[in-house]
Design a protein around this ligand. Structure first.
Ligand SMILES: Cc1cc2nc3c(=O)[nH]c(=O)nc-3n(C[C@H](O)[C@H](O)[C@H](O)COP(=O)(O)OP(=O)(O)OC[C@H]3O[C@@H](n4cnc5c(N)ncnc54)[C@H](O)[C@@H]3O)c2cc1C
Length: 373
């Protein structure tokens, strides 16, 4: 006989882990269900850049709020989470991209986010391995990085120490108001159910506006000091976020181990995790255009993962339409590591009827989907 819970969280990626952590903090009786390894889904595939973004006011609010929560949590993170407050530089190749740097600078400054304009010389000083002749960049000193699977594991272990139950090795086959049914046929009752199953969300909720968006990453062996900041080319927003076509963009991250993590690609229409050689080649060619020295480093591993993308590029956080006690926490696309903590906090606010620090409406699932109880 399994006792009832206040909350069942379905899925032990970074989003489910962050939700569970928030509910436990609110002294609720919580269980988390994960069939595989904690943080082993998209979370293990992700880059771990904790970014503040400016695609829209809603995206800014969620990323900035979460960044603040990560900063608060940082002193408690164990060493294997590799929290690294390295800052990020958006790299501008030419005058057109410098105009975008100026726009971003205004945007962040108007919202009290520290941001610094770098001219060509300053960007070369900040990152000597970038190719010469770049126009400049925008430094966001409060961006940081983590190693996502260990961050998810820390949140789960921490919640377990405060009484959360982990139901490991089982998946949820179906759910209804007030209970989930496991794949072994057991029903587990709960007052609230949180579906945090990432790109698999459509399996439990057919018709949900979630589309797997494949990405490739590659990590090198150790070269301490080769790279100092998270770097993103400014063509990134145009190529990666604004378009539905396959795309690659230069994105490089310094790991505390001295390794360089190189990304990234975006593809719809492929659900096969196999490495697509042409995408990997295009991604590396792009990276080498920006940092020729990368060609001399040894790659030790490359992999793929699937982002859970929504049509309007905002996550689905809130009550599932048609249900009163089932909530969604998915659709975080390429920002789920960044926005996991804010997602958990907003959901805890909702079920506890607390006021939130940022408006919740932009992320409510009702905007894009009607599911039926
Ligand atoms: C190449 C790449 C680079 C990225 N870079 C970044 C980055 O730099 N910064 C950033 O913020 N984000 C980044 N992301 C996005 C980020 O990785 C994801 O948004 C985030 O990991 C999503 O977490 P999640 O918990 O929602 O999903 P997942 O980590 O996929 O977790 C979902 C979990 O649900 C479980 N599950 C599925 N079905 C069931 C079921 N029926 N019952 C029980 N459990 C179930 C799965 O086993 C899985 O563990 C990147 C993603 C990719 C692919």
């Amino acid at each position: 006989m399994i006792a009832g819970y206040d909350v069942i969280v379905v899925g032990g990626g970074i989003v489910g882990a962050a939700c569970a952590s928030e509910f436990v903090r609110a002294r609720l009786k919580v269980a988390l269900i994960e069939p595989k390894v904690i943080g082993g889904g998209a979370t293990a595939a992700g880059m771990g850049h904790l970014a503040v973004m400016d695609d829209s006011e809603a995206q800014f609010a969620l990323t900035r709020y979460s960044q603040v929560l990560w900063k608060e949590l940082a002193p408690r993170l164990p060493a294997d989470v590799e929290y690294f407050p390295c800052g990020a530089i958006w790299v501008a190749a030419d005058d057109e991209e410098m105009a975008e740097v100026h726009r971003k600078l205004r945007f962040y400054r108007e919202r009290n986010v520290p941001a610094e304009l770098l001219d060509g010389r300053a960007v070369a000083q900040a990152e000597p391995n970038l190719r010469p002749g770049l126009a400049g960049g925008l430094l966001l000193p409060e961006d940081s990085v983590v190693y996502p699977p260990c961050a998810a594991r820390f949140l789960v272990d921490d919640a377990r120490q405060s009484g959360m139950e982990l139901i490991a090795g089982r998946s949820v086959a179906s759910f209804a108001e007030g209970a989930v049914r496991l794949d072994d046929g057991r029903d587990i009752p709960a007052r609230f159910i949180i579906l945090a199953t990432g790109a698999a969300a459509g399996q439990l909720l057919p018709g949900l506006d979630i589309h797997p968006r494949k990405g490739h990453l590659l990590i090198t062996d150790r070269h301490p000091g080769f790279l100092r900041h998270q770097l993103i080319e400014l063509g990134y927003l145009k190529s990666a976020h604004a378009s539905d076509a396959d795309s690659v963009a230069f994105n490089a991250q310094p790991r505390l181990t001295g390794q360089v993590l190189i990304g990234s690609s975006r593809q719809y229409g492929s659900e096969d995790p196999v490495i697509d050689r042409h995408m990997l080649d295009a991604m590396l060619r792009r990276a080498i255009e920006y940092m020729g020295g990368l060609a001399g480093l040894s790659a030790i591993r490359c992999w793929t993962g699937f982002r859970a993308a929504t049509t309007d590029k905002l996550p689905l956080i809130g009550m599932c339409p048609g249900y009163r006690t089932v909530f969604l926490a998915t659709g975080h696309e390429g920002l789920g590591i960044s926005t996991s903590l804010a997602t958990g906090r907003l959901l805890a606010d909702m079920i506890l009827d607390r006021k939130s620090a940022i408006p919740r409406e932009p992320y409510l699932p009702e905007r894009s989907y009607a599911c039926h109880a």
